[in-house]
Design a protein around this ligand. Structure first.
Ligand code: ATP
Ligand code: MG
Length: 415
């Protein structure tokens, strides 16, 4: 190793980062629980096929962004770039089809080899939900409502817009696919080399492309919404009515699409202007064809994933760590008394930081640095009499009290 640097696109999460991170995760899970979701943790790596099958061999994630390696046994393994594929795999390999509907919440690191920039890392973290086994639009509404509820709990809805669209059912998509191929075939000069290839293999993927030429060509293309059959339109209307009933504002974005065949009906994104180019904080949709395509029993599904780093950056107030109590022996002689007292206070639920090194001034400075609410100072006299000097940093008061009275005197500082 030449230098002790983190790998490009990865970050250490130190105290404050981690507080934000856990705050997002925990608030999200607390909300999801209220909708009946339980937590699932799938492995961080899977057989590569799990992702190539679900994300499609032509997707950006699969063609460019995956961390894939071969094991000693010659198997191809990939660090998960997203969460849905692993959950779908777990559903199939665990034989869970009889247990639907199933509601999963997950959280954890994801890995994508893309160009690092603000809001875009190579190891990042997501929270997400998957609802398996419900075909009706109520599931779409509830899934979006959970996302909205979480953003509300995090006090972020002001900065965020909900965009929704319908991708229609397979019949509508097939009808639109032909129209799209015709339209784009007449504009091949605008398309990127990659999209020319997609035009043959998977034309709907072009709708997802970030290439400027592709986007220009697609901007003028007929909209999928014009080709929705009656079933698809009825489904979309129910989703919109459901959102209205929940009091959730949304914008219909005809350009919001998913290029993969197993997606259908509702696609949605929560976006913000506050993060520059990385504006999508939460993205989801219905994927009724996915589990079947992976070789499992045909099972409807819907879910979303949100980037924890992007949500953390949007948090207005950083959550605060609970403040400790500094317990300070004046010299080594008081340490036995201090150890016993620290153990007692911690058992009672207090956060106690014991100052071991340096002179009194250094130890008091540390108490200040760790934002202690109070200091308990034990010198020779105090140790002998089982008393303590209690300095309350919040009120500024200082007094000598019996060590037995400390718990009561500090009760307000128990986290
Ligand atoms: P983008 O268009 O920003 O590349 P995406 O369509 O690849 O996003 P999804 O696969 O839908 O993203 O992932 C859902 C969410 O995960 C995103 O909305 C974003 O918040 C987050 N996310 C995706 N990729 C990254 C990354 N490389 N770094 C940080 N967060 C990410
Ligand atoms: Mg991406």
């Amino acid at each position: 190793m030449s230098n002790a640097q983190p790998v490009r696109g990865t970050h250490d999460l130190l105290f404050d980062d981690m507080l934000r991170h856990r705050h997002v995760e925990e608030r999200a899970f607390a909300v999801a629980k209220r909708y009946g979701y339980g937590e699932i943790a799938t492995p961080i790596f899977e057989f590569t096929e799990v992702f190539t099958r679900t994300l499609g061999v032509t997707s950006d994630v699969v063609t460019k962004e995956m961390y894939t390696f071969e094991t000693k046994g010659g198997e191809s393994i990939t660090l998960r770039p997203e969460g849905t594929a692993g959950v779908a795999r777990a559903f199939i390999s665990g034989g869970l089809a009889q247990q639907t509907p199933l509601k999963f919440f997950y959280r954890g690191p994801m890995f994508r080899h893309e160009r690092p920039q603000k809001g875009r890392q190579r190891q990042f973290h997501q929270i997400g939900i998957e609802l398996l086994g419900v075909a009706g639009p109520q599931a779409d509404v509830e899934s979006i409502a959970i996302g909205h509820h979480i953003l509300t709990e995090l006090d972020l809805t002001g900065a965020i817009t909900l965009e929704i669209n319908s991708l229609g059912d397979p019949e509508s998509r097939a009808a639109y696919r032909d129209v799209l191929v015709n339209f784009l075939s007449a504009r091949k000069e605008k398309l990127s080399a990659e999209s020319l290839d997609r035009l043959e293999r998977n034309p709907m993927r072009i709708l997802d492309s970030k290439d400027p030429g592709d986007r220009e060509a697609v901007a003028e293309a007929p909209r999928l919404s014009e080709y929705l059959n009656e079933t698809s339109r009825g489904f979309f209307d129910k989703v919109k009515d459901g959102l209205a009933a929940h009091g959730i504002a949304y914008k219909v974005s005809p350009a919001l699409v998913r290029g993969l065949d197993y997606y259908c009906h509702t696609a949605f994104e929560f976006t913000t202007d506050a993060l520059g180019a990385q504006g999508t904080v939460m993205a989801g949709g219905r994927y009724d064809g996915l589990i079947g395509q992976m070789g499992g029993p045909a099972t409807p599904g819907i879910g979303w994933a949100a980037g924890i780093e992007r949500l953390s950056m949007l948090l207005k107030a950083a959550p605060e760590a609970p403040r400790p109590i500094a317990l300070i022996p004046v010299s080594e002689a008081e340490e036995p008394n201090v150890f016993a007292l620290a153990a007692k206070l911690r058992k009672a639920g207090f956060i106690v930081d014991v100052g071991y090194s340096g002179n009194m001034k250094k130890r008091m400075n540390r108490a200040d640095k760790i934002k202690a609410v109070a200091a308990i100072i034990i010198g020779g006299d105090e140790a002998r009499d089982s008393t303590a000097t209690l300095r309350d940093f919040v009120s500024g008061a200082q007094k000598t009290i019996s060590q037995n009275e400390l718990e009561a005197a500090l009760a307000a500082y128990k986290p």
